[in-house]
Design a binder for this molecule. Structure first.
Ligand code: FES
Length: 131
């Protein structure tokens, strides 16, 4: 069953801003990067550090704990594959931002959902082949 949570009026999170959303004990960070909205689980796939205060350079978020970088568009480490963020779908419905929290529908960078138990698990991006 799909779980959707309203996050207020679209446009409240302005470009360059981020907001934490707490739902059922889970923290999700929502970013507006140049008008595009991205929502990720606030746990680094490396060792679980909070990503909410990570430095953002364009679409690339740096984990404050050990410095791994993740592209919010793909969830992957730029250029190398590696660990993947857990992303959640965000849509605008009647001028409101709606976050889809259904873990089965969580968008992992490899295009799959959460595991069979409905729990997020460490995922890896495919290693890119350079030509
Ligand atoms: S916990 Fe994020 S890079 Fe180690």
């Amino acid at each position: 069953m799909s779980r959707q949570v309203g996050m207020g009026v679209a446009g409240e999170i302005e470009p360059g801003q981020r907001r934490r959303v707490f739902v059922d004990g889970r923290c999700i960070v929502v970013f507006n990067v140049d008008g595009a909205i991205y929502a990720i689980d606030d746990a680094c796939p490396h060792n679980g550090a909070s990503l909410g205060n990570g430095q953002l350079e364009g679409h690339v978020l740096r984990c404050p704990a050990h410095g791994l970088r993740f592209d919010l568009r793909t969830g992957c480490t730029p250029g190398t594959g590696g660990l993947s963020l857990i992303k959640f779908a965000v849509e605008t419905v009647d001028s409101k931002l709606v976050l889809n929290l259904d873990e089965q529908n969580a968008v992992l960078a490899n295009g799959t959902g959460g595991n069979a138990a409905g729990q997020p698990e460490a995922q890896h991006c495919a290693t890119r082949q350079e030509k």
